[in-house]
Design a protein around this ligand. Structure first.
Ligand code: AMP
Length: 430
């Protein structure tokens, strides 16, 4: 089956082909025909499955073949984060490069005046985060009378981020006659209610259960203590992160700052990405990362969902995520579109419950990876692309804390690990 069989026009198929898409992915095969028939759709699909194209392509075709009222926007795509909205906008620009359709990105953290200017020139498709879109509507700067299609992407993430009241306000401001498409990884009660309230006889599309992780990702867990964490990161970057960009996820911004400082001391080219940075900085960092100008990104969960960085080879969970579902999203940054990827999670003794929750959620026992002791890793003579010269000692990594409860969870940390804790801490001192 190819894209033509799904009912997409030959000129859209040509554009897709130029972008390197050969055959439709399962979500595209299922969702595109329903969307082209203007039916409401309730879809669950993992990120990395090609879901963005599954709604953008039919939407573009529908808008190209119908007429709107002059200057009124006809479609809204709602995204939970600015990064995701930006990424969808980039995909939209690529798909519409041979089309007169215009899209506008409306996200917080950037000048409203600039966005207003673009709006007044006319935009068929609004790619937006809920807050900024509502701002425009409530200031009377944007009319929604012409909206014929709304896509609510990552609805559960929107809910987690507290955007549900905004989404509902927006839905009530839209015309009754429209097509509504809702994508969500999970369907908790609130999302089901949202779907019941706003979708009419939706066609349901389920591609993979949300708990599934892609088979192309080789998952590993490393049982460590805090003293070892940064050493473990350096080992993984040296051995698994040489060929392709890597992401390290931390739970807290403080940890991001500490890890970045440590990596920079060790001459790794690493940058941070989290919600406290100005939007311009977030955009710049992400763009550089996508262009492979930054090798290592240390990020919060802002970067966990949907971000698409070509050939990202390594994901490290510096901390176990509090929400097991985030684990699936974090590691899903690698192994995308059939490529291979490595994921490593650093688990400390007091993370046992969280890690157990992750393994229960993914219904899988993750392979335990053994970090070699420092001396043996040096002996392997593995080439390093990140030269580690003589570095300043990291105060928290100098001496092992023998009062640390390593011994107290001998069942959990295998004996060899207990030995390597001591060896690494003593021998590396960095
Ligand atoms: P998404 O799940 O929308 O984030 O897409 C994940 C990645 O798959 C993106 O890099 C897309 O460009 C790519 N992709 C989407 N559809 C296809 C396709 N049919 N063939 C090849 N790559 C695709």
């Amino acid at each position: 089956m190819d894209f033509l069989d799904l009912g997409l026009s030959s000129h859209l198929c040509q554009t897709i082909k130029e972008l390197g898409y050969q055959t439709p992915t399962p979500i595209q095969r299922q969702a595109i025909p329903f969307i082209l028939r203007k039916q409401d759709v309730l879809a669950s699909a993992q990120t990395g499955t090609g879901k963005t194209a599954s709604f953008l392509l039919p939407l573009i075709q529908l808008l190209e073949t119908t007429k709107g009222k002059a200057r009124l926007s006809r479609a809204i795509i709602l995204e939970p984060t600015r990064e995701l909205a930006t990424q969808v906008m980039q995909a939209l620009s690529a798909f519409t490069k041979n089309s007169p359709l215009k899209g506008v990105l409306l996200v917080g953290g950037e000048s409203m005046a600039e966005q207003q200017k673009l709006l007044t020139r006319g935009a068929d498709i609004l790619v937006a985060t809920p807050g900024r879109l509502l701002d425009f509507v409530e200031r009377g700067q944007l009319m929604l009378l012409g909206i014929q299609h709304i896509i609510i992407d990552e609805a559960d993430r929107m809910m987690d981020m507290g955007f549900m009241p905004d989404v509902k306000r927006l839905m009530t401001a839209l015309p009754d006659q429209k097509q509504t498409i809702l994508f969500s990884a999970t369907f908790p009660e609130e999302i089901k209610k949202l779907a019941d309230a706003y979708l009419h006889n939706p066609q349901e599309v389920h591609v993979t259960p949300e708990t599934r992780t892609a088979a192309t990702i080789e998952q590993n867990v490393i049982f460590v203590e805090s003293l070892q964490k940064r050493q473990a990161v350096r080992y993984l970057l040296d051995h698994f992160g040489q060929e392709a960009p890597s992401i390290i996820f931390c739970n807290r911004k403080k940890e991001i700052a500490t890890l970045i400082a440590s990596l920079k001391r060790h001459r790794y080219q690493a940058e941070e990405l989290h919600g406290d940075l100005p939007q311009s900085k977030r955009n710049e960092t992400l763009q550089k990362f996508k262009e492979n100008q930054i090798k290592v990104l240390v990020a919060s969960d802002v970067a966990a969902r949907g971000l698409d960085v070509e050939k990202l080879g390594l994901v490290i969970n510096y901390d176990v995520p509090h929400n097991p579902e985030d684990y699936v999203h974090r590691i899903g940054r690698t192994g995308r579109a059939g490529q291979d990827g490595h994921a490593f999670s650093l688990v400390m003794s007091n993370d046992q419950k969280l890690w157990h929750a992750v393994e229960t959620f993914i219904q899988q026992k993750v392979n335990t990876f053994t970090l070699p002791t420092v001396s043996s890793s040096v002996r392997t003579g593995t080439k390093k692309t990140h030269p580690v010269k003589k570095v300043q000692k990291d105060p928290q990594e100098i001496k092992p804390d023998f009062n640390h409860p390593v011994i107290g969870f001998g069942d959990f940390i295998p004996a060899f690990m207990q030995r390597s804790v001591a060896l690494e801490s003593l021998s590396s001192g960095a």
